[in-house]
Design a protein. Sequence first.
Length: 362
Amino acid sequence: MSDSPKKTSTYAEAGVDIAAGNTLVERIAPLAKSTARTGADSDLGGFGGLFDLAACGFDDPVLVAANDGVGTKLKIAIESGIHDTVGIDLVAMCVNDLIVQGAEPLFFLDYFASGKLDVDAATDVVAGIAEGCRQAGCALIGGETAEMPGMYAAGDYDLAGFSVGAVERHKILPSADIAAGDIILGLTSNGIHSNGFSLVRKLVEQEGLAWDATSPVSSPDKSGQTVAQDLLTPTRIYVKPVLQALKANAPIKGLVHITGGGFQENLPRVLPDGLAAHIDLGAWHMPPIFQWLQNAGDIATPEMLRTFNCGIGMALIVAQDGVADVMAMLAAAGETVIPIGAVTKAESADTSAAVTFSGLDA
């Protein structure tokens, strides 16, 4: 039997650096503090995040929760080394889902996981999350940083987010009075947002483009951008303009976040039985990034509409006599608002046919 002493093992030797995690917390504490709002002081370090709902002035609140991720858009951030925008995407995918039910986003928590913690990259990611929270008016009150050796390839990380909002019980959307003849308004997107990136990445590879190459998309507001910078344009957050309109009692009957599944799968989620929606694709011009994707992949228009937002990131259902007021409110708040269709009577009980299109080659 050997008398040599047994080697002492440490967590750091196994690949988990607690000191790096503590450094990250120190760096992101001011970022969280910058998102403070009524009900939260944004201090980090406790076992849970605290939020005082009573301080927010609701009379009969119902809580609404949403969680989401960024999908394979993260691969572009990781491979290009641009980490400061995907956090905005993470917040957007959650809070845009909250606002469609009429809920004001209150707080947000994130989950960041990697094989080995890169403090600089993680700080950039959380800086984006804080920026998204500021845009949405919600507080970053906590989260989890998980370092898991063997679970992720070198440099890889994953993101998930969770947000809670509140809405007065009598103002929950969609309302029950959506009817045939109501007008569908579209709020324009500012890019691909966070859906369809498995196909996007495939097309970029197919075209032989490097992430640092000049973007093939011609657009005055994106002149000189690289492929990665163009594709990483963060998801537009619609919360503040829409919430402002709702608080002004704008006659908005329903809201739809146009994400994965496009118009075909998202619009029917708010339509009562017996109703459908018709979208006029000639009402707006498909932005150049989508035109490039469609041409590069020879993608049929129905497939484009099911995979991407194609230029419309949020849809609103409004009574005809309220359209002018709602458009004016949202335009004053900086949104580009376009009438894109109408609610119609359903021609069949087939929910897959609940959305029809006219214009272009659909």
